[in-house]
Design a protein around this ligand. Structure first.
Ligand SMILES: [Zn+2]
Length: 287
């Protein structure tokens, strides 16, 4: 039975998600650009003609539709990324609320998911993963694991065993989150070092190992290999698609760095929501 309160909360969370998506667009545009701060200039502006954008042209999704994706003053096209990010943020907020309910875990998990969205778009365009998106999220994840260690205590894994043998749940939460970070960071760092020794140049960005470490904190160490597999598969499929459709040449692939952060971020979001279902489906193939 779905209560009226739940529906009202869901509507509020989705609306807040749209507003957060609007802010996320500011982060995605300004963070990687020199001379722009998140709060300076105060008002949003058109990147082509620099005209300030009034509040009525800044309503998530709706304004973009009403303006038919064009700037009011110069008619330059406004990227589809803007309404897309707003819709994504609203969807993630609603899904995370459905999964976590009213809890501190909901707020911190939503922060984690929105950071992944920002990393996705910034790395895709600029080939950088900003520390300011990764480091505070790592710290928040470790704090969450200590404050609310419940996910570590479910099932019959190593962490539940440690609690049964007398360690405090909070300590086990701390150990579990650090283990997730070390495994995620370590495995990509190792792959990166081996590739460098073999080919004499970097194959992965500096930001990729900490990003997988961050994912390990939130999704647990058991998610590291599935996320790595999923992101590699999506990356190869994307590159294959770009080559087959002639959007990217073979030489370019051999010499040009390909951002891995977007695929890691997308795989982590998929695994957060559907990991359990995918795992069950996969194991059922063998029984
Ligand atoms: Zn304009």
């Amino acid at each position: 039975m779905v209560s009226l309160t739940h529906i009202a909360l869901m509507v509020a969370v989705t609306a807040a998600g749209l507003a957060l998506g609007s802010f996320l667009n500011v982060v995605i545009y300004r963070l990687p650009r020199e001379g722009l701060a998140i709060d300076r200039p105060r008002r949003s502006f058109c990147p082509i003609c620099a005209a300030q954008i009034s509040w009525r042209d800044n309503i998530p999704v709706i304004s973009w539709l009403l303006l038919r994706g064009r700037c009011r003053s110069c008619q330059s096209p406004i990227s589809f990324r803007y309404p897309l990010v707003e819709l994504l943020a609203a969807l993630l907020a609603a899904l995370a609320f459905q999964t976590e309910g009213v809890s501190i875990r909901f707020f911190i998990t939503l922060y984690f998911l929105l950071c992944l969205v920002a990393i996705f778009f910034i790395d895709l365009e600029h080939l950088i993963i900003a520390d300011v998106l990764v480091i505070p999220t790592i710290l928040l994840g470790v704090i969450l694991a200590v404050v609310d260690p419940v996910p570590y205590l479910m099932g019959h894994g190593l962490w539940a065993y440690l609690v049964e043998s007398g360690l405090s749940p909070r300590l086990v939460g701390l150990i579990g989150s650090v283990a997730g970070f070390v495994l995620g960071f370590g495995i990509l760092w190792l792959i990166s070092a081996l590739y460098k020794a073999w080919r004499g140049r970097a194959g992965l960005g500096d930001g990729d190992p900490p990003l997988l470490g961050l994912i390990g904190i939130y999704l647990g160490w058991l998610a590291i290999f599935p996320v790595l597999f999923l992101s590699t598969a999506m990356g190869l499929l994307t590159v294959g698609f770009l080559v087959v459709t002639g959007r990217m040449s073979r030489e370019k692939i051999a010499n040009q760095p390909i951002p891995f952060g977007p695929f890691l971020s997308l795989a982590a979001i998929i695994w957060y929501f559907f990991g359990q279902s995918i795992l069950t489906w996969y194991l059922n193939l063998f029984t």
